[in-house]
Design a protein around this ligand. Structure first.
Ligand code: ADP
Ligand code: MG
Ligand code: MG
Length: 927
């Protein structure tokens, strides 16, 4: 049997279903699904995404065999509808709708009322007795076809669509304000003018033959897959080009047949707040994109209860049917034709992070989904939005009292944003690149604006409702958005806007509150989110913080399912306390060198570096000892028995000395030595490539007294903490080990100090000595290293640098372009390079645990808080990930999702205990 490329749906049956998204696109699959469960869907058929690939492989032509299949399905549609395409008595009219696998709002263009020409429009009039409706449909068709298929749509947003210009002209001539006020005759005239414009601009007549129209439209949908907007959107959301779009051909139903007709869009819950209410907008006597285009301001869905109670009740029912069927919040499109309701689209609704989390948590409560499903639905990075700032309440009140409230729009994307006003996307991007905070301010946004929206702190529009492009995309991006703020009079040409008699110029500060819809003149400072106020500032009681409560539930569930432990990278007691509040179970990386820059420590540190003799160095180190000890004791106390990994000194010594003459002179004066001496020492420490130079364990090997001092500070702090009755679990970590003998050298020192301190202090405490795996040799010889190391921690920042042979600090010039060229899919310093660096990690885990089955392994590089990297760490069987305090919640959720979506890990941890006990081996070379 030949391969099937076209799938029919309608009248309670469908050849496809919602599981066939890859083939039918999201729209096609869900139309089929809705038709299949008996919802009122106008019949039609879907040309599969595979045809999109064929189209591009076939010089942008639809293959003959597919054409035959389309024609067969068209016949079937004609039979179902009892109409014929181009039939002069009973014409079939269809819409041509794109639909990719992932929904790409507004990316692809839809054509409505296809099949109209001079003959069929007459038939439509005869059939409906409604000439106004017929010509309204006709002019829309010619306009959409002209814009989309014949390419008359302007490229730049500030240019005006030629058809819109003609409409404005006509309205002006007729002295009316709204499209609605144009008569049948006016609309008929518009059709003629549109066609003339098309002829003038393209040199061709508008195609009268409906079959020609059909093929033109289908081709245009496939072609739009490769337009700039679509490409930009795919880039932003990681949608592969190979997916392609499907094309849906569907029987038209008409919302513009009069006041008993209408069209609308809705969410089955509030997409901004997540509240369980029916949320939508509609317009009577309107068609297609009227609701979202912002040309007429739509009514809230509850009003439909008055306008058409029957349709409203049916919609409410369908809302529940869909939520139960899909077990999710859905975004729907519907049309009412002369009192009869039709469903035109449904898809899982986009939502803010607030809404995503609230809906997932609520649906668990409603028993629609399980805790596991709830976790699967919350992207770890979405938690970020819960941690985002809100306006400082007092400052905002003062601003409003001071008369700075400019206007109120719709609260389309919650959060607080303050920035400088820019009026187009290009400027938004350029200003943001220079480090400016901007608020993108537009009459309305469209897909061309995506890059600018992404670059802006917030988005403000004058037109459009809660489901307008701006609102939809802002929510998806997690941007603050105030939409439909009708009081703003925006003047693109002069880069100004006026509101309440005041003029705001490009570059002026403005503040928008996406939670209330307020637009306020000037800058307003922001405050930490509810979650932070509860957990970190402790200024808000959990009971008074609903957002926090929802957050806490998600965290509780995440902890139930994750197997990875989560630690934090912190070198101060307060950072550590924050991390514990966020759920950290230990410290995975305490960088001792950060401490040296603290109060009173840099002096002795410099003294140590400038010392000429061992005695002088020891004298300087003796000054550092009590300072470091105090730092460690502070951290141990806060961590209260949780493991704390402390890394011995890592950066090259010259980092602690000033490189400028002025600074060097100051140091010389402080130390009572000559400036020349300081300068000489700085010069002698100079390295061509410090990243690969005299740093890491190399320092401790050449200057063992440094390691000794640090070990002593750690263990004396541990002893003191233990004496206070507080648990303590230090883990001393030796950095940059490539050869087991490097580690063995340092380990011996550390253990000697530990034994000495225990004896001196008369207490015993547990401690571990381990190493960072951050250079390839260390990873490859992990079996030998594990003979000495009691734990590994992957330093994936350096491991990425050394594996790729790329210095991160020098990579800016080429790594960006590399990612653009897709040489690396993602910046490998952001998202762990699984195939390269990841393979070394795998090898190190396997070999390390071959020697020491119970080997504790973690990661402390920046990747430890990045969801995809966390997943990889789970897959290869690490015990923990460690990340910055504010990413701890994200890592907790990412770890839970990794555990839920991956097979049980090969971790040695528990199962290993049944095997032979770990017996550290002498370094050996058999493999
Ligand atoms: P998008 O991908 O931008 O959502 P759609 O294909 O959903 O585009 O089309 C946009 C609008 O056109 C729909 O919301 C709907 O109102 C209208 N529309 C599409 N197909 C039909 C149809 N067969 N009958 C009536 N209206 C339609
Ligand atoms: Mg569209
Ligand atoms: Mg749609």
């Amino acid at each position: 049997m030949a391969k099937k490329y076209v799938y029919f749906f309608g009248a309670g049956r469908a050849e496809g279903d919602m599981k066939m998204k890859n083939l039918l696109g999201g729209k096609g699959a869900n139309l089929a699904e809705m038709a299949g469960i008996g919802l009122p869907v106008p019949p039609g058929f879907t040309v599969s995404t595979e045809v999109c690939s064929l189209f591009y492989a076939n010089k942008k032509r639809i293959p003959e065999s597919v054409k035959i299949e389309v024609e067969k399905n068209l016949k079937r549609l004609e039979n179902t509808a009892g109409q014929g395409l181009g039939d002069p008595k009973n014409p079939l009219l269809v819409s041509i709708r794109s639909g990719a696998r992932a929904s790409m709002p507004g990316m692809m263009d839809t054509i409505l009322n296809l099949g109209l020409n001079e003959k069929t429009v007459a038939a439509l009039i005869a059939k409906t007795g409604n000439a106004r409706f017929a010509y309204d449909s006709y002019r829309r068709f010619v306009q959409m076809y002209g814009d989309v298929v014949l390419g008359l749509k302007p490229v730049h947003k500030d240019e005006i669509d030629p058809f819109e210009a003609i409409i404005e002209q006509k309205k002006h001539e007729r002295g009316v304000k709204n499209d609605i006020d144009l008569t049948a005759g006016d609309l008929k005239d518009l059709v003629a003018r549109f066609k003339a414009a098309i002829k003038e601009k393209t040199g061709h007549d508008f195609p009268e033959d409906p079959m020609k129209q059909l093929w033109g439209a289908i081709g245009a949908v496939f072609s739009s897959w490769m337009n700039d907007r679509a490409i930009a959107y795919r880039k932003l959301y990681d949608i592969p080009e190979s997916w392609g779009t499907a094309v849906n051909v569907q029987l038209m139903v008409f919302g513009n047949m009069g006041n008993d007709s209408g069209t609308g869009v809705a969410f089955t819950r509030d997409a901004a707040t997540g509240e369980n209410i029916f949320y939508g907008e509609y317009l009577m006597n309107a068609q297609g994109e009227d609701v979202v285009a912002g040309t007429r301001t739509p009514l809230p869905i509850v009003e439909l209860r008055k306008d058409d109670p029957k349709a409203y009740d049916q919609l409410e029912k369908i809302r529940h049917i869909l939520e139960k069927h899909y077990t999710d919040m859905m975004d729907i499109e519907f049309t009412i034709q002369q009192g009869k309701l039709y469903m035109l689209q449904c898809r899982v609704g986009k939502r803010t992070a607030f809404a995503a989390i609230k809906i997932a948590v609520d649906m668990v409560g409603e028993r629609l989904i399980s805790e596991k499903e709830a976790l699967a639905r919350i992207e770890p990075d979405q938690l970020n939005q819960l941690l985002r700032p809100i306006f400082d309440h007092a400052e905002k009140e003062a601003a409003i009292k001071g008369g700075r409230l400019l206007a109120k729009g719709l609260n389309a994307g919650p959060g607080a944003a303050t920035g400088r006003v820019v009026f187009n996307s290009v400027d938004a991007e350029a200003w943001a690149k220079r480090g400016e905070k901007v608020v993108l301010t537009r009459i309305e946004t469209s897909p061309e604006d995506i890059k600018g929206m992404n670059a802006a702190e917030g988005i403000l529009t004058a037109r459009g409702g809660m489901t307008s492009h701006a609102a939809l995309v802002a929510r998806q991006m997690g941007k603050v958005c105030v939409a439909g703020c009708g009081e703003l009079l925006i003047d693109y040409a002069n880069h100004t806007m006026t509101v309440k008699g005041r003029t705001i110029k490009e570059g002026d500060w403005i503040s928008i509150d996406g939670t209330t819809g307020q637009v306020i003149e000037g800058k307003i400072n922001t405050r930490p989110s509810e979650v932070l106020q509860v957990l970190i500032e402790k200024t808000l009681a959990p009971a008074k913080a609903p957002v926090y409560q929802t957050f806490a539930k998600v965290m509780t569930w995440a902890d139930k399912f994750r197997t990875l432990k989560i630690r934090t990278n912190a070198d101060q007691p307060d950072q550590s306390a924050n991390a514990v509040a966020f759920g950290a179970e230990g410290i995975g990386l305490c960088r001792t060198e950060h401490m040296f820059f603290g109060e009173g420590k840099i002096g002795p540190m410099q003294e140590m570096i400038l010392a000429d003799t061992l005695e002088q160095r020891r004298a300087a180190l003796a000054k550092l000892l009590p300072l470091q000890r105090k730092d460690f004791a502070g951290i141990f106390e806060v961590m209260n028995g949780r493991p704390v990994t402390i890394r011995t000194i890592d950066p090259p010594l010259h980092e602690f000395l000033p490189h400028e003459e002025k600074g060097q002179r100051a140091v010389a004066a402080d130390m009572g030595i000559t400036y020349e001496k300081v300068r000489e020492r700085v010069e002698s420490l100079h390295e061509f490539n410090p990243m690969l130079g005299f740093r890491g364990c190399r320092l401790g090997i050449i200057y063992p007294e440094i390691t000794e001092m640090q070990a002593r500070a750690i263990f004396e702090a541990a002893a003191a903490t233990k004496k206070k009755g507080i648990g303590v679990e230090p883990e001393v970590m030796i950095p940059l080990v490539g050869h087991v003998r490097e580690l063995a050298d340092q380990e011996k020192l550390v253990r000697q100090v530990a034994a000495a301190v225990m004896k001196e202090q008369g207490v015993r405490f547990k401690y571990l000595v381990g190493t960072m795996i951050e250079i390839p040799r260390g990873a490859i010889t992990a079996d030998e290293i594990a003979g000495v190391a009691e734990f590994f921690s992957f330093g994936t920042n350096d491991l990425t640098q050394t594996t790729l042979g790329v210095s991160r600090d020098d990579a800016a010039r080429f790594l960006g372009p590399y990612v653009e060229k897709e040489i690396y899919a993602k910046d490998p310093f952001e998202v762990l390079d699984r195939d390269g660096v990841g393979q070394l990690m795998r090898v190190a885990v396997e070999r390390g645990r071959r020697t020491r089955p119970m080997l504790k392994i973690g990661i402390c590089g920046e990747h430890g808080g990045e969801p995809s990297s966390v997943e990889f760490c789970h897959i290869i069987g690490l015990n923990y990930v460690s990340c910055s305090p504010f990413r701890v919640p994200i890592a907790r959720l990412a770890a839970a999702r990794a555990a839920l979506s991956n097979a049980p890990r090969p971790a040695a941890k528990k199962s290993a205990s049944s095997k032979k006990p770990a017996k550290p081996k002498k370094p050996s070379r058999k493999r």
